[in-house]
Design a protein around this ligand. Structure first.
Ligand SMILES: NC(=O)c1ccc[n+]([C@@H]2O[C@H](COP(=O)([O-])OP(=O)(O)OC[C@H]3O[C@@H](n4cnc5c(N)ncnc54)[C@H](OP(=O)(O)O)[C@@H]3O)[C@@H](O)[C@H]2O)c1
Length: 326
């Protein structure tokens, strides 16, 4: 049995510790349950404590929970066949989360499920779906039920962008951005919200630093879609915070994945020459922020700095710079 401690406050700040964390980090984590909790990074909260401790039992080899129920409480990750989603799945697995993985590429999902199973974890449920298709959330729910699984954490990560001026890009492809980056996220979130609320679970929506810009000339539909995700996430985080559900928006900057190739970034595009983060760096920041209950997670110092300066710059200047970079 794996012990997890879960400490949550009324303002949505939450901390999750594995038992060994408590054993090994007692010196660096200071608990004062009346005055809040101070972490090494200096974050603290003085809000009312709403939940102190939860013991979670990991799944047995046979797939049965130790309390006798057969329900698998899973972290559902969309876009888990590569890039940030695959590394998020690896990190959740490392932290003893049981997983359900969604994408279109069956071979990649099966390979990741095998990799996770080989590390001694329960093999993730593999769900092959195209999230652009209407009704995908309902189909995923039915497949999860058939697998005896219910989500307690949802990671909406699948997404793509297209480089080029809106007038020159295929309208159907731009509508596909809206369908995947916006429609599917809302559909899946609303579909699984009752289960996540019942589990007092968590939602991680992968947006982008693009969400903070006034617009993204050269990637108009993509930037707009990510602004929607940030806005949607912040609103939900407020609506759900007293129900014990945290909602976080992960807003990475340029990250080296298959995203750039799919978006059609040319080798001469200035953005493609920036150093960028690795998918694992972004995923590590996303997991830590989710567990800490942060509303907005912007990985990387330069990205944080850029996002904090944006409100002070003229929109015309920002639009001109983005237009030059893309
Ligand atoms: N890379 C960056 O610079 C960057 C920066 C900021 C934000 N982001 C965001 O991070 C998220 C992950 O992107 P990434 O960089 O990891 O890109 P990626 O390597 O291209 O991964 C995208 C994932 O989404 C899945 N996907 C795409 N279309 C799908 C569909 N119709 N149905 C189901 N799954 C689909 C892909 O799997 P299949 O192809 O197998 O379906 C893949 O697993 C995206 O939301 C992206 O907008 C990326």
């Amino acid at each position: 049995m794996e012990m997890l401690w879960d400490i949550a406050f009324a303002d949505g700040v939450a901390y999750e510790f594995e038992a060994h964390d408590l054993a090994h980090r007692r010196a660096s984590w200071r608990f004062d349950l009346r005055q809040g909790l101070a972490a090494p990074g200096g974050r603290r909260t003085n809000a009312t404590l709403v939940r102190v401790r939860r013991e979670r039992e990991s799944m047995s080899e046979a797939g049965l929970r130790q309390d006798g129920s057969e329900t698998r409480r899973v972290t559902l990750v969309t876009g888990a066949s590569g890039g940030i989603g695959a590394d998020l799945a690896r990190i959740f697995a490392r932290h003893s989360h049981d997983l359900a993985l969604v994408a279109r590429s069956r071979a990649k999902l099966e390979a990741l499920a095998d990799e996770i199973a080989a590390s001694g974890r329960l093999r993730p449920v593999v769900l092959v779906f195209d999230l652009i298709e209407r009704g995908a959330a309902t189909h995923i729910a039915a497949a999860l039920e058939a697998a005896g699984a219910t989500p307690e954490i949802l990671v909406n990560n699948a997404g793509f962008g297209l480089a080029g001026e809106a007038a020159g890009l295929d309208p159907a492809q731009q509508l596909a951005i809206v369908d995947l980056n916006i429609r599917a996220v809302v559909d899946i979130t609303l579909c699984f919200l009752p289960a996540i609320r019942a589990a007092r679970g968590k939602i991680l929506n992968v947006a982008s630093v693009a969400a903070y810009f006034p617009g993204g000339p050269g990637m108009a539909a993509y930037y707009a879609s990510k602004s929607f995700i940030l806005s949607f996430s912040l609103a939900l985080s407020q609506e759900l915070r007293l129900q014990g559900v945290t909602v976080s928006a992960l807003c990475p900057g340029y990250t080296k994945t298959d995203f750039q190739a799919r978006a059609g970034f040319g080798p001469n595009m200035d953005l493609a020459r920036l150093p960028g983060s690795t998918a694992m760096e972004v995923a590590e920041a996303g997991y830590a922020g989710l567990i800490a209950g942060r509303r907005e997670i912007v990985p990387g110092f330069l990205n944080k700095l850029g996002v904090s300066l944006l409100p002070f710059l003229p929109k015309a200047l920002i639009l001109a710079v983005i237009s030059r970079l893309q």
